[in-house]
Write a protein that binds this ligand. Structure first.
Ligand code: GLA
Length: 757
């Protein structure tokens, strides 16, 4: 396997040279690195001066030497008679990991506050190493080492280039990691900083990746939203200056997602170039595209530098999280499919990685806080008779919790509600042939709790400032190991007390008054990141100690739908908005970079609790079928007619889930552009079968049927339609289309195509 090459080159240039200001012919020695994925090339060069230059990122070019693209002899600033100096070079040349303070006025990747109060750096090339596979990422803390979530690969699946840079004055060493995957158009980047100097310094900014694009002719795609409308796609052409998205909330957030893409203006689902950037991180992030004076684009992504600082003592290191860069020359759809494949194979782990998830029923929208053992068993009895496989007991089973206002942190069973005890309830549910799952919100503490009475200092807080309540709760200081150990200990007691096979890990408020009673003043700004590391530490312990438990993440709906969380939980609750029509946008936006198989999606009751809309039960099922599938309603109280549809929905889900979980998704409709219909198709990798879903948003008079062109099939294959019983070629189905007739608002249809040649 030879995915990465390193070549020493000598190039002759006949014009000005920034280093010497000479206009004679000069020779530049460099080491050129070329990373080659399936259809992607990434190239960079360590110049003689030690600067690390960006050379090319884009469609695969099997040319051994792309260094001709570098404009080492061009001077964009001054008339030809003038000589070029270092300042002009620094502010115009494309760099891999640009520093601040030495003449590059574009966005820097790194900044320090050193022992002398200086922030400038001058990182230069020292050495490189190429290895097979991909190293794991870790952060050593005072009392433990935390594994940082990242994609993984076997030795024959990927290669990694590690480039070491050093700033001589401070002793800062930065190791840039680039991993390229053999079978995918994906390159990952991360950075490790080491203090090889003699004095401590504070890292004030550390981006995980930078790409200096040679053009600004791109649209910027971001996923924005709010509670109950997460990951709504926004797309706008780049303009001069800086355009960014970020989170300052302590989690990846409802409002912006740690994913963005730059796409060519002509890009749509099927054509054009797309460069996706996803950060494998669940805390404050930053992503920015900056159009420069030369109409080029600098893109940077990493931990948000806002209110961030990390003290690095001599010989200590800091690991910045991973950016996953995906390239597509065949539109946004192909970019998404690459992310889906990458995350399904190289990020999601555990026993459920390649398995259909149990069809669950969650009692939240069925009962809210108002339930007890009898009620849950009633639901389970009905549910099991209909074929539902797992009962999930949501919020309200612990302490004395009857509303949002108490008991977080008191993870003891509320015997008043769970009369008979947890084991009894779980055993009864198991007797019905169902699994049992449970809800926790492990990062939180209610002011009204035993825990808060005993340890008020365990809440994140700033002494002397009023502590802001949100959802009537505070956030626990997960930077403290004793806090994590205590909460995890309580969780283990619950998990060991009964046969629990699923956990919904919730996180329902953002961080305020970000201060820790355990950190010294100089390290307080580390808390944002230490908090996230603490969460990762507990999730790591949980998934290692209880490998059989299926973990689903959740954060007030979908505020933590990020790649960091997918490392621990193969599924994430997509949104508290369960309305099938709202879900079209939410699920479409989420599928831009996350696999549908990871989307928590449930059939809920109508009128929908969030938007008040009533949709057909069948459409609710057809839309939820794209995700993990389950129910979130009181099955004992819904109409007989709806109830009777459940076994058929379950059968349909079981039949199509393997295809949806492992196949390729092609989005056909775009509800962001035309909100009157939506459609998508999942096609098996070998093109042997496909399942197509169409949803009509509003019924329309007098137009007749719609003609929809399918995608992703084998044009030469013949396919049997489950709807018409007719056989047509893939070419006909894709080039000419099929006629779709549905009647009524919010109606939908699923058609299965099976190879028949
Ligand atoms: C959050 C979740 C919901 C539910 C409630 C319980 O809002 O997103 O699904 O678990 O908390 O309080």
């Amino acid at each position: 396997m030879n995915l990465i090459t390193a070549k020493k080159l000598k190039k002759e240039y006949s014009q000005y040279r920034w280093q010497t200001n000479s206009n004679e012919i000069f020779t530049e020695e460099m080491t050129l690195f070329t990373l080659t994925g399936k259809d992607v090339t990434y190239s960079l060069a360590a110049l003689e001066s030690g600067h690390l230059a960006h050379v090319y990122y884009g469609k695969r070019a099997d040319d051994e030497d792309l260094s001709y693209l570098m404009r080492l002899n061009e001077n964009p600033y001054t008339p030809k008679v003038n000589k070029r100096d270092m300042g002009t070079f620094m502010d115009s040349a494309p760099f891999e990991y640009p520093c601040h303070g030495i003449g590059d006025y574009r966005e820097p990747t790194i900044m320090l506050m050193d022992s002398e109060g200086m922030s400038a750096l001058d990182l230069r090339f020292v050495s490189y190493e190429i290895t097979d596979g991909k190293p794991i990422l870790e952060q050593a803390l005072e009392d433990c080492t935390v594994r940082i979530p990242a994609t993984f690969a076997e030795k024959d699946e990927a290669q990694t280039l590690a480039i070491t840079l050093k700033d001589n004055r401070t002793g800062l060493t930065a190791v840039l990691y680039y991993t390229v995957f053999a079978e995918l158009d994906a390159i990952t980047r991360s950075v490790r900083l080491i203090n090889n100097g003699t004095k401590a310094f504070d890292v004030r900014r550390v981006m995980s990746a930078c790409v200096d694009f040679d053009s600004c002719d791109y649209d910027f795609i971001t996923l924005n939203g709010s509670w109950a409308r997460e990951r709504i796609i926004e797309r706008s052409p780049l303009h001069h200056g800086k355009q960014s998205v970020d989170s300052v909330k302590g989690e990846s957030s409802h409002q912006n997602n740690p994913f963005t893409a730059l796409v060519s203006h002509n890009a749509n689902e099927d054509i054009g170039e797309a460069f996706g950037f996803g950060l494998v991180y669940s805390g404050n992030f930053f992503a920015q595209a900056e159009v420069t004076q030369h109409k080029k684009t600098r893109f940077v992504m990493g931990i948000n530098h806002f209110d961030f600082s990390w003290t690095l003592e001599p010989q200590k290191s800091f690991t910045a999280p991973e950016v996953v860069m995906v390239y597509s020359s065949e539109g946004i759809g192909k970019m998404s499919r690459t992310y889906h494949d990458l995350y399904r194979r190289h990020l999601i782990r555990g026993e459920y990685k390649d398995k259909r998830r149990p069809i669950l029923i969650n009692n939240w929208e069925a009962t809210y806080f108002n339930f007890n053992t009898e009620k849950l068993i009633d639901i389970a009895k009905q549910a099991s008779a209909l074929g539902i496989e797992m009962l999930v007991m949501d919020d309200g089973w612990f302490g004395h919790r009857d509303s949002d206002n108490s008991s977080l942190g008191d993870w003891f069973v509320c015997e008043k509600k769970i009369n008979g005890g947890l084991k009894y309830l779980v055993d009864e549910v198991n007797k019905l042939g169902m699994k049992f799952g449970i809800w926790f919100e492990p990062e939180m503490i209610s002011p009204d709790s035993e825990l808060y009475k005993a340890h008020p200092d365990w809440a994140i807080q700033i002494n002397g400032m009023p502590l802001t309540q949100s959802r009537e709760q505070y956030v626990l200081d997960y930077s403290r190991k004793e806090v994590r150990d205590y909460i995890y200990g309580l969780m283990c007691k619950i998990l060991d007390s009964a046969n629990i096979e699923y956990i919904k890990w919730d996180m329902n408020r953002q961080l305020t008054e970000v201060g820790s009673n355990a950190l010294p003043a100089g390290r307080q700004r580390e808390l944002w990141h230490r908090y996230v590391l603490g969460v990762y530490d507990v999730m790591d312990r949980l998934t290692s100690d209880y490998p059989h438990i299926l973990l689903e993440n959740c954060s007030g709906g979908g505020a933590r739908f990020d790649a960091g969380m997918l490392f621990y939980s193969p599924q994430i609750w997509t949104s508290d908005d369960t309305d099938a029509i709202e879900r079209l946008k939410i699920q479409h936006g989420t599928s831009i970079c996350y696999p549908p198989s990871a989307m928590g999606a449930h059939v809920s009751d109508c009128p929908n609790h969030t938007v008040g809309r009533t949709t057909p039960f069948s459409t609710r099922g057809n839309v939820a079928m794209v995700g993990t599938f389950g129910y979130e309603l009181d099955v004992t109280r819904i109409s007989e007619q709806d109830r009777n549809e459940i076994p058929g929905q379950i059968e349909q889900f079981k039949k199509y889930n393997p295809l949806i979980r492992t196949g390729d998704q092609y989005r056909i409709g775009n509800v962001f552009e035309d909100n009157t219909w939506d459609a998508w198709i999942f096609v098996a990798k070998d093109k042997s079968e496909a399942v197509f879903t169409f949803v009509q948003v509003l019924g329309r008079p007098n137009y007749g049927s719609r003609r929809i062109k399918l995608k992703g099939l084998d044009p030469n294959g013949k396919y049997l339609s489950s709807e018409t019983g007719e056989i047509h070629t893939g070419a006909a189905l894709m080039n000419c289309g099929i006629n779709i007739t549905v009647h009524g608002d919010f109606s939908s249809k699923v058609i299965y195509f099976n190879r028949a040649d």
